[in-house]
Design a protein around this ligand. Sequence first.
Ligand code: GLU
Length: 281
Amino acid sequence: MPAATRHPVTRFAPSPTGPLHIGHAYAALFAAGAAGPGQFLLRIEDIDPTRCRPEFEAAIFEDLAWLGLSWPQPVRRQSEHFADYRAALDGLEDRGLLYPCFCTRADIQREIAAAASAPHGPDGALYPQTCRNLSLAEQQTRMATGAPYALRLRMDLACMAVGPLSWHDEDHGEVGAAPQKFGDLVLGRKETPASYHLACTLDDALQGVTLVTRGEDLFEATHVHRLLQALLDLPAPGYRHHRLLTDASGRKFSKRDKAPTLRALRESGKSPADIREMIKA
Ligand code: GLU
């Protein structure tokens, strides 16, 4: 029996960038349900200081407790662990798997527009590797000017370093990992020594998560996370990518679309049992 089905450790890992809506309730209850007799953890993914706010974090705790969920303390808050992500980046850098990228979004768009062909991946056009072959001297000159830079993965070398990989998906069985379709992605952002992929993968391992449950919109990300686990010598959890709740017109609920927030539903008189009923089937 795969480790993940014994006493799973699962987690719900929201970013405090807005109020939780009904889709979040589904994801949180899904993760808690999947833990069964195991453990359900809560993690706050707040590496982006421009979008995350303490009042949204406080509302997450309040909404989830109202739903009837509980989780061990202390809650891991990613913004308190940049040293962990930095250390992982340093290790990859020492192995020659990262390079600094000074491009702005506009630089990248210009480069892509001028190229004869622009290969695409799950997140859109792949980075055209403009900064990949800068000489050490050139990198140092640019750094000396204080130019901000991101750290990108040398995807082909990283894939070669670990060989073929797969992950166990409870709905899809053994899935072959194909992270190369993302190209040279950013692992360290310009403004923080982390990225979603890095912080999430590292934290799942550090917190002993054995079954990652999340929406199917993050299915593609798992290709990258499996690669990072192999590169960083981390255990590979099992995965379940659940459906996304949709509104009456079939569109997925999102913060942007002003989906009904849990707070608004609560204030309109709905009970936690009503919410569970709303998200059934
Ligand atoms: N923090 C991510 C989000 O808010 C979820 C990450 C994950 O479950 O892997 O969408």
